[in-house]
Each structure stands twice: as structure tokens, then as C-alpha cells.
Design a protein around this ligand. Structure first.
Ligand code: ATP
Ligand code: MG
Length: 372
């Protein structure tokens, strides 16, 4: 395929494509060469992949509001479908030259997810009928190499669809049609929490968000019924668990990451008009999330251990091999902490080593003087 075709498929001019081309990352997946867009450019979504003459469009960034009451009417003017926002990792599945491939957020084919999806959900009939479909969803559960989070009923790993788009244009199906189609093809999807008028959404969502929060769930994604406009809002539990995670690796997470989550808490306590007592409770929970995880990290290094991102995966032996190779190819340093067989699967716990947190915690413990 020459690049003239790609620019047509992307719907951009030739010169824009030439400019874009310089920024494309080149990769191979099992002998197949492909390129992907590492960050948003020239109107092309981050994560867009050019592969086998086809375009697999990136998943768009979802805007966030910190205040429901005012943010919702700013983003929407009609009826809104609200679905649960799941905490896992984003995956897009498409059929390319006859093969079903799973792409992660950045547009890389993930060899682990590509294999696991086949085990978890049968998309054959869906792609036979809709070869141009891009099945978008979240991989959730405790056993995966990227984002582990527990969900009731998910022991290892599961897929939940939340969007269906045209792989080339990125155009979504409307919410009703999407839900109906996934239902028909037997694909599990994220739960629909309700459909509301724009003016009632903030008040309707308050108890929903509180419930999700009490269950340690992440939040909601609101969207126009045609699927074109989305907006997210997250729970305090989600901010706390992100902060706890970030402060367990305090020098490897950007400070912006932490600050943004603190702000969410500030705006939520005000929007919900919390009493002094309730706000104090929130402050204590927040402080505990930050301090206790940081204390663990410092103690670990003090005791001669190392901090890092620990993950467990459970899959066929070949799947585990290609995953570890894939992660190492991206420059990650992995330490295998446990490797065993269970029912024909290989169950591996590994740690992605991080440098800055280990080094800097050690320096501070050794009395490094800070000029501040
Ligand atoms: P990005 O937007 O680049 O993924 P992020 O980590 O900031 O970055 P999140 O805050 O997790 O993103 O919110 C957007 C992500 O939420 C989507 O990319 C998608 O993977 C995930 N998600 C989970 N549940 C849903 C849902 N019901 N509808 C849409 N997206 C969902
Ligand atoms: Mg997420």
C-alpha cells in the first residue's frame, strides 16, 4: 500500500500526511510491519495505526468535568446516556487482513491482549457481519500487565465493551444500536446506569456516584445518544487509589498527575456541600491514601527492597513469553518474582523496575541534603 492511499483513508491532505509521517512510530507484529501515531497530530487521534493497508483509528480522549452541575450542561444540550467507567486498560479490536488484532491506547498491537481476547470473547460472527467494526472496550480484572483493579466476579481478566466505531473514520454507533448489537453478539458490556435529560443529570448522578464510590468503582462516562460527545466524572475512591499508587512510586509519577487528583477532591467536596465533619473524613481518607502508601514505599527501600509496578498474568505459556518479550522490547526492566503452572496456564508475577523512586528514596534515607 502506498501512502497516497493512507492519506485518503485518514481523510487528510497529502502534505498533512507527509508531515504526520515523520512522527509515526514503526513497529512489527509477527512479521507484519505497521506504524502508529504516538500523539495527537494533524487532526489524527493518538493511537491511530496504519497496518496492512488499513487505518485503525485511535480512541479519542474523553473530556472530564470536575463539577457536574455546570460541566454537564456545558458539554451537552439534550439527553444523555450514562454508563459505568471501568478501571482497566483501553483496547480496540479490529480484523485486519483476516486476523483479529488488539491495539492498546498508543496504537501498538498487544500480543498478550490479542491472544487473551480470543479466549475471553468470540468476535468471529461480529467481524464476519461487520468487517469494518472497531470493538472498543476495557480489559478489567486483577491479572493483567497494565492496570489491575478488582471487580466482583472477575477472578483474572475480562473484557467489557463500551464503544463501537468504524475503524477507519472513528465514527461511533449510537448508544442504543451499540448496546443492542453487543447484546446480540453475546459480548459483555459496561453497565448502562440511566438516560437523563441534561438538566436532571447532575442531581440524578449524585446517588449513583456515591454508590460507585462506596464500592470502590471508578466513575461514569456520559454521552450524547448518538455517541459523538462524551464526558467523564470520577469517584473519590478512584482519586484516592490513583494517589495511593502514585505515592507508592513518588518520583516516577508526574507531579501533575497527583495535583489533578487532589483538585478533583477539592471540587467534589464543595459541589456536594459537605459539612465540616464529612469534609474532615474525606481529608483523612485522602491523607491516609497518600501517606500510608508513601510510608510503605520508603520502608521497603529502607529494608533493602525495591519498589516497582507489580503485575500478575495468567495465560498460556506462549502468551506469557510473547508478553514479556513485548514489554522488554519497550525498554522495561522486568524482574520475575514468581513463575508457576496452574491448570496448563503459566502464572507469572513480575515487577516493572522503576529507577527514580528507588534511587531518590535511598538518597534521602542516606541523608541527602535538599536545597529548598
Ligand atoms: P486516555 O483518555 O488517554 O485513555 P486517561 O488515562 O486519562 O487517558 P481515563 O481517565 O481512564 O483516561 O478515561 C478515559 C478512558 O476510560 C478511556 O480511554 C477508556 O479506556 C476508559 N473507559 C472505561 N469505561 C468506559 C466507558 N464506559 N466509556 C468510555 N470509556 C471508558
Ligand atoms: Mg482508565
Amino acid at each position: 500500500m502506498d501512502d497516497t492511499e493512507y492519506h485518503r483513508r485518514l481523510g487528510i491532505g497529502e502534505s498533512a500526511f507527509d508531515a504526520l509521517e515523520e512522527h509515526l512510530e514503526h513497529r512489527t507484529y509477527e512479521g507484519r510491519e505497521y506504524r502508529h501515531v504516538p500523539d495527537y497530530r494533524y487532526g489524527v487521534e493518538r493511537g491511530t495505526a496504519l497496518i496492512g493497508g488499513e487505518v485503525v483509528r485511535g480512541f479519542p480522549k474523553i473530556a472530564r468535568t470536575l463539577v457536574l452541575e455546570t460541566g454537564v450542561p456545558n458539554q451537552f444540550d439534550d439527553r444523555i446516556a450514562v454508563e459505568e467507567k471501568l478501571n482497566g486498560y483501553n483496547v480496540r479490536v479490529a480484523r485486519v487482513e483476516g486476523d483479529q488484532l488488539a491495539f492498546t491506547r498508543s496504537g501498538m498491537v498487544c500480543p498478550f491482549t490479542t491472544r487473551m481476547i480470543e479466549r475471553l470473547v468470540d468476535l468471529e460472527a461480529l467481524f464476519d457481519e461487520h468487517p469494518e467494526a472497531m470493538v472498543c472496550g476495557e480489559m478489567i480484572g486483577p491479572e493483567n500487565p497494565y492496570t489491575a483493579h478488582d471487580y466482583p466476579g472477575v477472578d483474572s481478566l475480562a473484557f467489557r465493551a463500551f464503544d463501537w466505531r468504524d475503524r477507519r473514520s472513528g465514527e461511533p454507533l449510537d448508544v442504543e444500536k451499540r448496546r443492542e448489537r453487543y447484546e446480540r453478539f453475546g459480548v459483555s458490556q459496561t453497565q448502562l446506569l440511566g438516560i437523563y435529560d441534561v438538566d436532571e443529570t447532575a442531581s440524578e448522578l449524585r446517588p449513583t456516584v456515591e454508590e460507585l464510590d462506596a464500592e470502590g468503582r471508578e466513575g461514569v462516562v456520559m454521552q450524547s445518544l448518538d455517541g459523538s460527545t462524551q464526558l467523564k466524572y470520577t469517584t473519590s475512591a478512584s482519586s484516592r487509589s490513583d494517589l495511593a499508587y502514585a505515592f507508592s512510586l513518588p518520583f516516577d509519577y508526574g507531579q501533575e498527575f497527583m495535583f489533578r487528583r487532589l483538585l478533583r477532591e477539592g471540587f467534589q467536596t464543595v459541589e456536594w456541600d459537605e459539612s465540616d465533619d464529612v469534609a474532615r473524613g474525606r481529608a483523612r481518607d485522602l491523607g491516609e491514601a497518600i501517606l500510608l502508601s508513601m510510608r510503605d514505599a520508603i520502608e521497603t527501600v529502607d529494608d533493602g527492597g525495591a519498589v516497582g509496578e507489580r503485575h500478575t498474568v495468567r495465560a498460556g505459556p506462549e502468551t506469557v513469553d510473547v508478553l514479556l518479550e513485548h514489554l522488554r522490547e519497550q525498554g522495561l526492566r522486568l524482574e520475575i518474582e514468581d513463575d508457576r503452572r496452574e491448570d496448563g496456564d503459566r502464572v507469572v508475577t513480575f515487577c516493572k523496575r522503576v529507577q527514580s523512586s528507588n534511587d531518590r528514596i535511598r538518597n534521602y534515607l542516606e541523608g541527602y541534603i535538599v536545597k529548598e
